[in-house]
Design a protein around this ligand. Structure first.
Ligand SMILES: [Fe+2]
Length: 402
């Protein structure tokens, strides 16, 4: 158990450093908007998580690496004290990147010592939660770097090589007869608290698209006045599209067929899944297409069970994970992010991980090309507010069956 836990811990910690490696120190300090965090902050905060929730309570005689980090790198845990304002993370030129790397190395050593001491199962559970947490931040690190680099007129690329263009694939529909289905995680293996309890849901007969919506399909919607026709939009969505002047997905220019990605500026691939849409745009597109967004239960019992789900889920960032294509997107669902029947957050500060965000957000399912390999699963519940666009978010259509 110990050697497996150590191997897992080292692999996750090392992968974060590998993701940061293409960046220069200047890239790792700046915060491009309040929702996005600097790379240096991600490097430190994921370390703070292990220090605060594993070493503090479980390593005998633990002394903080630097007591001031408790406030600087606390993201949102009220139970562990004060925190530095989220919107000011880009002002932290100190600690320096070198000091943050030293913080990581010292914490890694202490965690390794703890694991080598043969700790109780509860410690293993917390270390695994820390690894899963760090994997979530690996995806955020990439989405935040993309946003940061997109604000630079030089259009810098984080990665040089680009994957080949996506092949066209006809849209087909998979029918489901409806009825009582069970969703949610149970049994062995890691899951977040918000994935359970497993419970029954009643579905009406429906069909779901065989693939994600493409850039070409979204462009048709835009060319048909999709962004200018209030009848296609939810009221909040229409207000938002007006206020922000949206005319296409974030990072895409439909007039020039160009987009900005971690590969820099390049042509929009017509057959690749459309990415960086808000829930509002996903919902309006679905209405225009004579369809709707699936509920999270509909997604889980169809796409989530599919043999190809491994390909649709995360994976594949060119040059870091070896192979794969830019393109996998989280799917917006029509489901509000609330606790499942019988859900209760765990006791203590860790209970703040998911439970307190169950208001005013929508569930996303699947994974994206930025999601670490093996991180997501069919019961995984991602969540963002309806106007969020800097994550790798797309659309999969559903329809009622008569
Ligand atoms: Fe976090």
């Amino acid at each position: 158990v110990t050697s497996e836990a150590l191997r897992r811990f080292d692999e996750v910690r090392g992968r974060t450093l590998a993701l940061a490696a293409p960046l220069d120190p200047e890239d790792q300090v700046v915060q491009s908007m309040p929702d996005a965090s600097p790379t240096k902050w991600h490097l430190a905060h994921t370390t703070w998580f292990f220090e605060t929730f594993v070493l503090g309570p479980h390593a005998r005689g633990h002394r903080p690496f630097d007591a001031r980090y408790a406030v600087l790198f606390n993201s949102y845990y009220d139970a562990v004290g004060e925190r530095h304002p989220r919107s000011d993370r880009g002002l932290l030129t100190r600690p320096t990147l070198r000091e943050v790397h030293a913080y990581r190395a010292a914490t890694d050593e202490r965690i390794a010592e703890l694991l080598e001491g043969g700790p109780p199962p509860a410690v293993h559970t917390l270390v695994e939660l820390g690894c899963q947490h760090e994997e979530q931040h690996q995806e955020l690190l990439l989405t935040d770097v993309q946003h940061l680099l997109s604000r630079n007129p030089m259009e810098p690329a984080y990665l040089g090589a680009r994957p080949p263009p996506a092949a066209p694939s006809a849209l087909a529909w998979a029918d489901h007869p409806g009825g009582v289905v069970a969703i949610g995680h149970e049994g062995r293996g890691f899951s977040f608290d918000n994935e359970g309890p497993r419970h029954d849901v009643l579905l009406r007969p429906f069909r779901i698209a065989s693939r994600l919506t493409t850039n070409a399909e979204l462009a048709e919607f835009a060319a048909d006045g999709g962004y200018r026709r209030p009848e296609l939009w939810l009221s909040d969505g229409w207000a938002t599209v007006q206020a922000r002047g949206w005319r296409g997905p974030l990072y895409a220019d439909l007039a020039t067929n160009r987009r900005f990605s971690l590969h820099g500026a390049h042509a929009l691939d017509p057959h690749a899944p459309v990415a960086h849409l808000s829930f509002y745009e996903a919902d309006a597109f679905a209405r225009w297409a004579g369809a709707r967004l699936p509920t999270e239960a509909e997604w889980e019992v169809t796409v989530g069970q599919g043999r190809s789900v491994g390909q649709q889920l995360g994976g594949a960032l060119v040059a870091i994970d070896g192979t794969g294509a830019l393109g996998g997107c989280w799917s917006w669902t029509a489901s509000p992010y609330v606790g499942y029947p019988g859900y209760a957050p765990p006791a203590g500060a860790i209970g703040e991980y998911n439970g307190k965000f169950m208001c005013n957000q929508l569930v996303l399912r699947g994974g994206s090309c930025f999601t670490p390999p093996g991180h997501s699963r069919s019961t995984y519940r991602n969540f963002f507010p309806p106007d969020a666009r800097w994550q790798v978010t797309g659309v999969r259509l559903a329809r009622d069956l008569a």
